[in-house]
Design a protein around this ligand. Sequence first.
Ligand code: NAP
Length: 264
Amino acid sequence: MSQNHRGTALVTGASSGIGAVYAERIARSGYDLILVARNREKLAALAERISNETQKGVEIIDADLNDRTALARVEAKLKDDASITLLVNNAGVGTHTPLLDSDVDAMTRMIDLNVTALTRLTYAAVPGFVARGKGAVINIASIVSIAPELLNGVYGGTKAFVLAFSQSLHHELAAKGVRVQAVLPGATATDFWESGGLPIDNLDPAIVMSAADMVDASLIGFERGELVTIPSLHDGAKYQAYEAARQAMAPELSTNAPAARYAA
Ligand code: NAP
């Protein structure tokens, strides 16, 4: 990214892991920052470090995005602050327990964060972006968006939502000057694994990427205008073929008669 002033980026889940790396990289590329997460001490320490290193303005909002009142404060910021040109919807949690071993209340809280908060924040930001003819949304999905068998199914379902929502946003907003990117990380070395009940030592190091490499690759994809970025997929042609097959099917998915294979 260039070093010009690029407006302000609001990054959720910025207190650790992928979000903290995004915050640092984005500030270096010329954005002021608004960092959102629950842990105020971690946010404050990161904000101080980034503003010292980059001389960019860094604001923090400590908010539990599972709490509707706190979420509304972040929504209000996105609606009211016309300097915001980039929303990074990164805050999210996962779990690694199988469906039958998972607590449905915990699954619902995961949906509230990974889906509902992400949706509400996007709704808060995008009308201003459209009105100003400029803005971008980076949504952190996951490879389980397209491979839900790999981890907990509710987690995969939330990330499939993020991918589908991003594709639809791109479809509706590209002509209005709004950029959308869905990032599909594979296993990335962050607290996500420990928090979800499966410490990262349990994974084969061959499938684990550092958060720094993951974010740097994703930002290259962003600068190239990619809608979907899968940093760890080496053979990009495979995703292109998958996407081409999906798009080829689309015009044939709704017809006035059942397919011949369903004849009684
Ligand atoms: P992480 O280190 O655990 O970071 C999660 C971030 O979300 C933290 O900053 C956390 O901060 C914040 N957060 C969690 N609950 C929150 C809440 N209720 N309200 C506000 N903020 C909240 O994990 P990560 O790997 O960087 O995860 C970032 C994103 O990447 C997630 O969406 C995750 O699904 C996705 N992802 C991760 C991997 C992976 O292998 N690590 C792979 C694919 C996708 P506080 O605790 O301070 O609130």
